[in-house]
Design a protein around this ligand. Structure first.
Ligand SMILES: [Zn+2]
Length: 504
């Protein structure tokens, strides 16, 4: 297959990927802050970097890739959540603030794991939590103080250790921001304890309403004890160094993290270690909108992964994980994505089509399914698209062409073209798409039933959109397979419903 090319935010160009050590290719991706259900925007980097992880494992061998995705379990949003969920117990003295925080983070981390498993994502090699790395953070902050890159100051909520951005000549290189412009635009009044408005918190004092760790820093010849907690950025610098070393290959996350989060991670790591780069390739996925609008609770379009998987809040029904995953990959990862019911229906129709082909292959015994699905070498054209900066869009378009050729081969009994379907089945594995426990675990007739049910629902959705031509086409397709539809009114709601039976 072709060599791997990745678009690097640091250089704003697509570059050929060359790992520091092919025997240990190292990738770090910023993970969730665990205070509530992850929203669908959080699913995008998890899916995108899972596709890259699978590709790297194929290229370098599964045992030669280390993937770290952290869990942020220290954050003021978590404290607020703990106080709102367990405030009474804390006030009554039956639970401490730290116990309440542990409950919130444990529950939320479990929800996140269940969500991303349903989305077909492999587990990362390491999943460090901020609370496990507090001593490492204190040590790194001390190194920054010793090198003159940080200082202690007194802010509104008490003592703080701040990073001094002027200590780093090329601060702002990733986001291409210049410090003078930032100074001009800053609200100086609220931040007068800072030497420069862009200086950011490494450690801050905690009051009674926030978790705190004892830390003593040496600064200007004196010892400064601050019972406090880390700023947001320091954890990623510490955890990436702990698992991947001072310099590693790929750092990923959402485009919204470029500034300030990734810029500040770079400043901390490079200044601590004295290295010219923190990671060689910086990858960022684009924004996500929902039904054409920025997702916001105030817009009423805020939707979590859990909502989509388990409730009918979006489009009046639940959506399988593999449908969400394919819907995400139908847009190139760097482009903005509009998440909509229409997009999910399109992804679902594609998955039905692939599932039908898989079933037909299984029925004809043309392939032992497991071997086809775990043999990516059969799918080289798709691997080439993915190697070109994860071009999932062209990959999926090509897979649709393969599906058309395969359907014709099946219809005509043309065994000469059966390899196209084998390539298609292997390609589906490349995207990390499992055709679903719904379809995988069931026997033949049950698969048929699931597929028919889905087509019937798709037709009803089309009728609601007044797309009668497409709805009729589905009715005719089903009729050709001997499946007859009968519409009726729901006696309670008056809504159109459909029964079906087989007339063969
Ligand atoms: Zn991070």
């Amino acid at each position: 297959m072709s060599e791997l090319k990745l678009y690097n935010t640091l250089t704003r160009t697509k570059e050929t990927f060359r790992p520091i050590d092919p025997a240990n290719v190292r990738m770090y991706v910023c993970g969730p802050t665990v205070y509530d259900f992850a929203h669908i925007g959080n699913a995008r980097p998890v899916i995108v970097f899972d596709v890259l992880y699978r590709l790297l494992r194929h290229l370098y061998g599964a045992e030669h890739v280390t993937y770290v995705r952290n869990i942020t379990d220290v954050d003021d949003k978590i404290n607020a959540r703990a106080l709102s969920d367990h405030g009474e117990a804390i006030a009554a003295g039956t639970m401490t603030l730290n116990q309440a925080i542990a409950r919130v983070t444990e529950k939320t981390a479990n929800q996140f794991h269940a969500d991303v498993k349903a989305l077909g994502c492999l587990e990362p090699s390491f999943e460090p939590r901020a609370t496990q790395h507090i001593p490492g953070m204190v040590a790194m902050i001390q190194q920054l103080l010793d090198k003159g890159c940080a200082y202690v100051a007194s802010g509104e909520e008490g003592a703080e250790v701040l990073f001094d951005v002027t200590s780093m000549p090329d601060y702002g290189a990733l986001s291409r921001r210049n410090l003078d412009e930032q100074q001009a635009g800053a609200r100086v009044a609220v931040e007068k304890h800072k030497r420069h408005p862009a200086d950011f918190v490494l450690w801050k004092q905690s009051g009674a309403q926030a978790p705190g760790w004892e830390a003593t820093f040496r600064f200007e010849g004196r010892a400064v004890a601050i019972l406090g907690r880390p700023g947001w950025h320091i954890e990623c610098s510490v955890m990436s160094a702990a698992h991947l070393g001072e310099t590693f290959d790929i750092h990923g996350g959402g485009i919204d993290l470029v500034f300030p989060h990734h810029e500040n991670e770079i400043a901390q790591s490079r200044c601590t270690h004295g290295t010219p780069v923190m990671a060689n390739y910086w990858l960022h996925n684009g924004f996500l909108q929902v039904e054409g609008k920025k997702m916001a609770k105030s817009e009423g379009n805020f939707v979590t992964i859990h909502d989509l998987l388990h409730t009918d809040k979006f489009g009046g029904r639940k959506w399988p994980g593999e449908v969400l995953r394919l819907a995400m990959l139908m847009t190139h990862y760097r482009e903005p994505i509009d998440f909509s019911v229409r997009r999910l229906e399109e992804a679902e129709a594609t998955i039905h089509r692939w599932a039908k082909i898989r079933k037909a292959y299984s029925d004809r015994n043309w392939v032992k399914l497991n071997s086809a699905e775990t043999t990516p070498s059969l799918a080289d054209p798709i691997a080439d698209f993915l190697a070109d900066d994860l071009n999932t869009v062209s990959a999926i378009q090509t897979m649709q062409t393969m599906a058309r050729v395969t359907e014709a081969a099946l219809r005509d009994g043309d065994e000469g073209n059966m390899y196209v379907g084998l390539r298609l089945l292997a390609s589906i594995a490349w995207l990390g798409i499992d055709l679903g426990p719904e379809t995988a675990a069931l026997s033949g007739p049950e698969i048929e039933e699931v597929l028919i049910e889905r087509e019937v629902n798709r037709r009803l959705a089309l009728i609601r959109e007044r797309n009668f031509a497409e709805a009729d086409r589905i009715r005719e397709d089903l009729a050709a397979q001997g499946i007859q539809l009968m519409d009726y009114k729901d006696p309670e709601t008056g809504e159109r419903r459909t029964k079906w039976e087989v007339k063969r």
